[in-house]
Design a protein around this ligand. Structure first.
Ligand SMILES: C[S@@+](CC[C@H](N)C(=O)[O-])C[C@H]1O[C@@H](n2cnc3c(N)ncnc32)[C@H](O)[C@@H]1O
Length: 287
């Protein structure tokens, strides 16, 4: 009889790192689309984390650094933003973006968010935009984060909310799994795009990690693009969880999967273009 192999968090993270190294340029190239999609939610996240001028702020799983710039502007020249990510390659884009925008107050450090380096110092606030749900052990990450925050420091995480409110993600995921010959996945499975979306789950993890004054809110954030094909272009260039699933297939089978994904996504066509429904969850607390 075949037994399922025990979940190996380190192997999972190593696969994530390689995937995000590979998707780094794609994610960076789509920064304007990501900004249009997430700007309102990003402003809310920065506000909920209590980011102010002069603070030292940690940007966890910073990616190509779009929200890093928002933080750098907010803390100003007397403050500092430390952007960390498990992928050194995607972080290089964050560094270049900050330099290009003339921010001397941004520093980058490649690091696993579940095992922050001991010499990172302490922070007055922290954010994590669309990263924490990809961590296989979010409680461990939250505990480590709590330890580097000064007492009273604010933290806000942005993740996808419940599966029913994110039909765009569930449609793409279900289609990719079907083509890869894999069974449907429990959305709560560690490291999945929707793993922290169940109401109350992230709040409970934050409290368990030691955060107080925990509160969360949801925000509708439709991803608006000219067509379903543009969204598939974004997914192909950047969304490594889907790439990870389809990497099991040969080239022809993967193409067939992408064509099917695009066909499924036409359900979100509108007279003015394409509007993929997404709902985000913002959870904040104090160290
Ligand atoms: C969806 S991207 C979001 C990037 C950026 N925050 C943004 O919103 O544009 C997810 C990021 O999480 C990073 N990541 C995944 N697992 C991580 C871990 N264990 N530690 C640190 N970063 C991680 C990936 O490398 C990737 O850059």
């Amino acid at each position: 009889m075949e037994h399922a192999r025990p979940f190996d968090a380190n192997a999972f993270k190593e696969a994530q790192r390689r995937q995000w190294d590979a998707a780094a340029q794609g994610w960076n190239d789509y920064t304007p689309a990501l900004r249009a999609w997430l700007s309102q939610a990003t402003a809310a996240m920065v506000e909920m984390a209590g980011v102010r001028a002069g603070q030292r702020v940690l940007d966890l799983a910073a990616g190509a650094g779009d929200q890093t710039l928002a933080l750098a502007g907010k803390v100003g020249p007397s403050g500092e933003v430390v952007a960390t990510d498990i992928s050194e390659r995607i972080l290089a884009y964050a560094r270049a973006r900050a330099e290009g925008a003339g921010f001397a107050n941004v520093h980058t450090r490649a690091a696993d968010g579940e095992a922050l380096p001991g010499d990172l110092g302490h922070f007055d606030a922290a954010v994590c935009r669309l990263g924490l749900m990809l961590f296989p052990q979010p409680l461990q990450a939250l505990r480590g984060l709590h330890a580097v925050l000064r007492p009273g420091a604010g933290f806000c995480a942005m993740v996808f909310s419940r599966p029913e409110a994110n039909p765009c993600v569930t449609t793409v995921m279900a289609t990719a799994l079907r083509h890869a010959g894999l069974p449907p996945r429990d959305p709560a499975q560690p490291g999945g795009l929707l793993s922290l979306g169940a109401p109350g789950r992230l709040d409970a993890l934050m409290r368990e990690a030691g955060f107080s004054q925990v509160a969360s809110t949801t925000l509708a954030a439709p991803f608006e693009l000219p067509s379903a094909a543009h969204y598939v272009g974004f997914l192909r260039a950047s969304a490594s969880p889907i790439q990870l699933i389809l990497s099991r297939l040969n080239a022809a089978a993967a193409e067939a999967a992408w064509a099917d994904i695009e066909a499924q996504l036409h359900r979100f066509d509108t007279p003015r273009g394409w509007s993929g429904p997404n709902e985000l969850l913002l959870a904040a607390g104090r160290a």
